[in-house]
Design a protein around this ligand. Structure first.
Ligand SMILES: Cc1c2[nH]c(c1CCC(=O)O)Cc1[nH]c(c(CCC(=O)O)c1C)Cc1[nH]c(c(CCC(=O)O)c1C)Cc1[nH]c(c(C)c1CCC(=O)O)C2
Length: 330
């Protein structure tokens, strides 16, 4: 058995001293996202340090609302902020300006493909319409996305219009990333788990399916990972309903159930990021359980969500050594 490919969500980020240094040079977080030189540099940092099997484009899911002129900013200690959108503004959004605004990000993808080792997979990404919309409605992160859930009940037509528009501009954006050299793309639906049964179908599945159909119609070779955080048992139908090639699993997904999902195709995940903060036995045991139960099927080893700023970079070294040793042990 050879070890599974491994990368970590948010592998370029504040837990790395070299990231913090570049981040300081950049000015604002969005300046970093829109600087092809610096965004390439921070994407490469974890590849140089650890030799992950995949590099993920350094950017953010909120560059789409930024391109739609929602005045996105990242305030120190507060997370993202933008102007909360209302019904009238939703109908006045202009999707035709998005692609031009995101040219620097596409340039980063082009640079990365040139600079990365040939054997390193380059991943592009974007947010899923539902997750991006939750920030656009609330104007900030919230614990359970109540503002967007409420808005969707009060203004279902405007909300469908918003999700459809986001699906279309995001699909175009993924096609551009693929054309610039991304080998695969991931769609992040970090807030899928807060949706009720009907809403999951309407707001998580339907727009992502629309995106995937649109990408595949133009780029049939596209490989697409869909990560619906918190979707739980609904992941069983999610892969089929969205037509994603691989599905990402958060750390709450039981491994027995993950093994079931793996019978239908590749899965990605799902170590609790807090095990990386803890290190030691907690880290080793978490890795071993995943590899024992899922290591013989199609698996992309990853965390169940992004690595956090308090993780010790040495613990990531430990993680990689352990995952890669799994090939020798069996
Ligand atoms: C919801 C979401 C966002 N961004 C993203 C999501 C979906 C995945 C998830 O749920 O984590 C996705 C994202 N954000 C970032 C990446 C880069 C690629 C990677 O390494 O995975 C990716 C794939 C960089 C980032 N995006 C952000 C940072 C930290 C900002 C900084 O360096 O100052 C990084 C490295 C900022 C960001 N961006 C966002 C939030 C809520 C925050 C603030 C929280 C935080 O500070 O961690 C929105």
């Amino acid at each position: 058995m050879s070890p599974p490919p491994v990368w970590l969500m948010r592998q370029a980020g504040r837990y790395l001293p070299e990231y913090r240094k570049t981040r300081q040079q950049a000015g604002s977080f969005l300046d970093l996202c829109y600087s092809p030189e610096l965004a390439t540099e921070v994407t490469l940092q974890p590849i140089r340090r650890y030799g992950f099997d995949a590099a993920i484009l350094f950017s953010d899911i909120l560059v789409i609302p930024d391109a739609l002129k929602r005045n996105v900013r990242f305030e120190e200690g507060h997370g993202p902020r933008m102007d909360p959108i209302d019904v009238g503004e939703i109908h006045r959004l202009n999707p035709s300006i998005v692609s031009g605004h995101l040219k620097p990000v596409i340039e980063t993808v082009t640079k990365l493909r040139r600079e990365l080792p040939g054997e390193t997979t380059l991943l592009g990404f974007c947010g899923a319409p539902w997750t991006v919309a939750t920030y656009m409605i609330a104007g900030q992160g919230t614990p359970d996305q109540a503002p967007a859930r409420l808005f969707a009940y009060r203004h279902p037509e405007a909300f469908d219009h918003l999700l459809g528009l986001l699906a279309d501009v995001s699909a175009d954006y993924l096609v551009e990333q693929i054309d610039a050299g991304a080998d695969a793309v991931q769609i992040f639906d970090s807030w899928a788990g807060v949706l009720g049964e009907e809403e999951f179908e309407r707001y998580a599945i339907r727009p992502v399916r629309r995106m995937i159909d649109s990408v595949r119609a133009r780029r049939p070779q596209a490989r697409i990972i869909a990560f619906a955080k918190g979707a739980g048992t609904r992941l069983k139908t999610y892969r089929q309903a969205t037509d994603a090639d691989a599905i990402g699993l958060d750390w709450s997904v039981p491994l027995g159930f993950a093994a079931e999902l793996q019978k239908d195709g590749p899965i990605q995940g799902n170590l609790d990021p807090m095990r990386v903060v803890a290190g030691g036995i907690a880290l080793d045991e978490g890795i071993d359980r995943i590899l024992d139960i899922l290591g013989n099927g199609p698996l992309i080893f990853n965390l169940g969500h992004g690595i956090t700023p308090q993780a010790d970079p040495e613990h990531v070294t430990q993680l990689l050594a352990r995952v890669r040793r799994s090939g020798e042990a069996a």
